[in-house]
Design a protein around this ligand. Structure first.
Ligand code: B3K
Ligand code: ZN
Length: 868
């Protein structure tokens, strides 16, 4: 059934307090929900009815104001209990049974590696007990948990208020959370765990205990997560004045988890992959990811928990905003330029393709069948870009004023995206209504910026925006597009310009485009001289658009070498590399000239003493196939992949002498000492191996066994697509070394699956029989099948369609156990309109096969949208 944003109705009753009793046994769990209800004054004079959602629950008892309702009179339907004719206030109590021990969907209460844990967002609570499972019903929870003493930890949200013995080798704990919250933020964990403890003193002097619970033997791997947590807490105080609001903050790491982590109030639950990490078992990139996810979940305490979403259509209210906040935290903690390049890479690789696909939707969707399908790059990453545009428009202080007003107005309540934008606008006395369009329209705007012929000292630009039609069929009105820009002279220096002949000059301007077309002149302060100005457009990626400009290759090389905006230096390299790869893939270009020009530019960059190694490394990251595909119609991922490899080899050749110098012992050891240096070393190693340098291959082969995971994995990755025996030797050494570590084995699975040389369908089938593979563990599925689809275009998009057929079989199997995962993993198959007729037909056949197998609601929504 399709739900529509316009169909929102406030709940007829509020829950004043919720008392839960959860009693866990090996073969079943008993759950009592005792709810104090009162009529919602804001709901108008609607019917006196209330829905208590329940899914796969067995109801045992139901009472209203302590009066039992006879079983025959239970108002039960498919969606749960539908209470009618309720008094103004009453207490409703239900007792039901659920089965965590057989729950493979990993929603609600389930068993993971011997511990019980929960995942309630968005609608998992209804699989635990009967409850009005909607985000706008917020209440104070008191929770009693009882289990066998074999499970010493009985955890929930808020404060622990009581513990004690129960009957026959059992014990209990009672938790009280003083902050009102919706059911999706409820959590409970029951297990035999080890705990890392620390504390944080808040700005106002409160002492907060910090606990990270992990499976036994892993406590030594929690240091980085703990440190990240403390820095996040401090950052939110410094940047937004937001303090933590309980005396205890707990994180639990679980091995079976559908996504990265979950921000349950005071009890975050994490995929163990994003907690357990040190430099021996995790790469520098992994460590950054751990840090940013810890920060993201922590930041949700205010943007998500204290102020939450009125309904799930508003998901980006908390997700877009919290992604924006974690991006700012990472930029402040590390390098702003590298961070922006990473964020935009992700947006282009994941969100732009989504906007072109059958599942396209605005950041605030208009309808859904299964809300789990809307935890997307659009809601998250594009949502963050929309916040970023408004934040840039208001300036740092203006944005802070807006956030302050948002909390002042809405603390403790469930609100809408409109409420958020209104707080930003009202606090700054500014009209942001144009930005509201970004919330309602799907599709990536195309922005064309062209120079109008004219004098050299005055440069005139014509801006034009067009909105492509998308599958969401939302309106296509012009949106506000802030274009940050500047100009460089022939020597690469910034040139100040003014917007009117006698106006104030500045090195940089922001042109806020509000209409479909716009013309703007810029007058060079140096006036009249023979200046050739190179425009640097959309600096720092000031809007999430596809930019088409009229720059020549020489001008892009000029920006790559000199732009003061580091994002645009990086982006110039991306465009130059993409141009070269696309030309080579379509056969019109031997690559030699492009590679020579790019090698020269890279050579200069390597020589720039002031540039961070981390930034140099990010300049070497060539655009991935999913980004390149948008440049070619129909897209040919296999040809693009090979052309990309050829460019890598050509750059390795062109830079052979300098790579050789960097790989010499002393220079190499110097690079190995810092994270930026390691990133650069790995990038150069990759180019060296691509160019078949014996030195690079030897070094990579030796580096596979380095104690530092960044170096070790970097080496295997450098060898992973080479046909030399060093690849096999390296991968099996990696395998043997980490066989006992399930998390590091995920890296091995991933590299095996991504290898063009080894990662055939036959090999994947073998991998899935490996003792370390667990078909019920989403990380393992992502490591083998996800990596194959996103990282192995040659075999996934194979001519004969075998890659698609294999994935279809796997998805049908996965869907029977975990619909969230199958619905997410099917997405690459839905992008078929990008490809030629043969591939389209093969992908369509794979989707039909899935459709015929009667997929879950989650998977059906995606497949049917695509086949429609
Ligand atoms: N809010 C959770 C995501 C829940 C996803 C449910 N399918 C994690 C996060 O964004 O922080
Ligand atoms: Zn989030």
């Amino acid at each position: 059934m399709l739900k529509h944003r316009s169909g929102y109705m406030p709940p007829a009753y509020l829950v004043i307090a919720a008392h839960l009793d959860i009693s866990i046994f090996d073969d079943q769990t008993l759950v009592t929900t005792r709810l104090e209800l009162t009529k919602n004054p804001d709901a108008g004079t609607g019917a006196n009815e209330m829905r208590l959602n329940g899914r796969d629950l067995e109801l045992k008892r139901l009472s209203i104001d302590n009066i039992e309702i006879a079983k025959d009179d239970w108002p039960l339907d498919d969606a749960g209990i539908h209470l009618t004719n309720l008094p103004e206030s009453c207490v409703v109590e239900s007792l039901s049974v659920c089965h965590p021990e057989t729950n493979t969907a990993l929603e609600g209460l389930y068993l993971s590696g011997g511990m019980y844990c929960t995942q309630c967002e968005p609608e998992g609570f209804r699989r635990i007990g009967f409850y009005p499972d909607r985000p706008d019903v917020m209440t104070i929870f008191t929770v009693r948990i009882e289990a066998d003493i074999a499970y010493p930890q009985l955890l929930s949200n808020g404060n622990l208020v009581e513990t004690g013995a129960a009957s026959e080798g059992r014990h209990f704990a009672v938790w009280h959370d003083p902050h009102p919250k919706p059911s999706y933020l409820f959590a409970c964990v029951v297990g035999d765990l080890e705990c890392a403890e620390d504390n944080f003193i808040t700005a106002s002097g409160r002492d907060v205990a910090l606990h990270i619970y992990v499976e036994k033997g892993n406590v030594g791997l929690t240091g980085h997560a703990m440190d990240s947590l403390k820095r996040s807490m401090k950052w939110d105080e410094d940047r937004f004045g937001l303090e933590y609001d309980l005396d205890l903050f707990q994180i639990v790491a679980v091995s079976h988890f559908n996504m990265g982590a979950m921000e349950n109030k005071g009890l975050n639950i994490f995929n163990s992959k994003f907690v357990l990490a040190d430099t021996n078992t995790a790469t520098d990139t992994d460590l950054h990811r751990v840090e940013s996810i810890v920060a993201h979940e922590y930041f949700h305490n205010w943007t998500g928990n204290r102020v939450t979403c009125r309904d799930w259509f508003q998901l980006t209210l908390k997700e877009g905003l919290t992604v924006y906040r974690d991006q700012c935290f990472s930029a402040d903690t590390h390098d702003e330029g590298v961070q922006r390049a990473d964020d935009v890479s992700l947006l282009r690789a994941a969100q732009f393709p989504e906007d072109r696909s059958p599942t396209a939707h605005p950041i605030r969707p208009e309808s859904y069948r299964e809300i789990n399908n809307f935890y997307t790059a659009t809601v998250y990453e594009k949502g963050a870009e929309v916040i970023r545009m408004m934040a840039a428009f208001l300036g740092r202080d203006g944005f802070r004023k807006g956030m302050d007003l948002y909390f002042k107005r809405h603390d403790g309540s469930a609100v809408t995206c409109d409420d958020f934008v209104a707080a930003l606008a009202d606090s700054n006395d500014i009209d942001l209504s144009g930005f509201a369009r970004w919330y309602e329209q799907a599709g990536t705007p195309h922005l064309s910026v062209k120079r109008v012929a004219g004098g050299k000292a005055t440069i005139t630009l014509d801006f034009e925006q067009t909105l492509p039609e998308t599958a969401a069929k939302t309106p296509r009105n012009a949106v506000p597009i802030p274009v940050r820009l500047g100009f460089l002279d022939a020597a690469g220096h910034p040139v100040a310009t003014s917007l009117t002949p006698d106006g104030v000059s500045a090195d940089e301007h922001v042109v806020l485009m509000q209409t479909a077309t716009h013309r703007q002149s810029f007058h060079a302060a140096s006036g009249g001289g023979d200046v050739a100005l190179t425009p640097s457009l959309l600096r720092n990626f000031s809007a999430p658009v596809v930019l088409a400009d009229d720059l020549s290759t020489a001008e892009r090389l000029h920006l790559m070498a000199h732009d003061t905006d580091r994002f645009n230096r990086w982006d110039a390299a991306q465009t130059l590399a993409a141009d070269a790869i696309v030309a080579a893939a379509t056969g019109g270009n031997s690559l030699d000239a492009d590679a020579a020009a790019l090698s020269g530019a890279y050579r200069n960059i390597l020589g720039e003493a002031d540039l961070l190694d981390a930034f140099k490394a990010s300049m070497f990251a060539l655009p991935g196939v999913s980004v390149l595909e948008s440049r070619l119609k129909p897209a040919d991922p296999v040809a693009l992949y090979h052309a990309r490899m050829r460019l890598q080899a050509a750059l390795g050749d062109g830079l052979a002498d300098i790579i050789a110098t960097y790989l010499k012992d002393d220079a190499r050891h110097a690079l190995q000492a810092s994270d930026g240096g390691r990133a650069l070393l790995n990038a150069l190693l990759m180019l060296g191996v691509a160019a078949s340098s014996a030195q690079a291959e030897d070094i990579a082969a030796a580096q596979v066994l380095d104690a530092n995971m960044t170096l070790s994995q970097g080496a295997v990755m450098a060898l992973n697509n080479s046909t030399s025996t060093a690849r096999d030797v390296g991968l099996s050494a990696f395998h043997d070394r980490w066989l006992d570590n399930p998390l590091v084995m995920e890296k091995w699975f991933q590299m095996e699956s991504m290898s063009v040389v080894g990662g055939t369908v036959a090999r994947l089938k073998t991998l899935m029989q490996h003792p370390s593979f667990d078909p019920n563990n989403p990380n393992k599925l992502r490591a083998v099948l996800g990596a194959f689809m996103s990282g192995n275009p040659v075999h996934f998009y194979a001519e004969d369609g075998s890659g698609f057929a294999f994935i279809a079989d796997c998805l049908i199997d996965i869907d029977s156990r975990n619909p969230q995962i199958s619905a997410r993993m099917v997405l690459p198959l839905t992008r078929m309109s990008a490809y030629d007729d043969r591939r389209k037909a093969q992908m369509m056949a794979a989707l039909r096969q899935i459709d015929n197998a009667k997929p879950s609601n989650d998977l059906a929504e995606i497949v049917e949208k695509t086949l429609a």
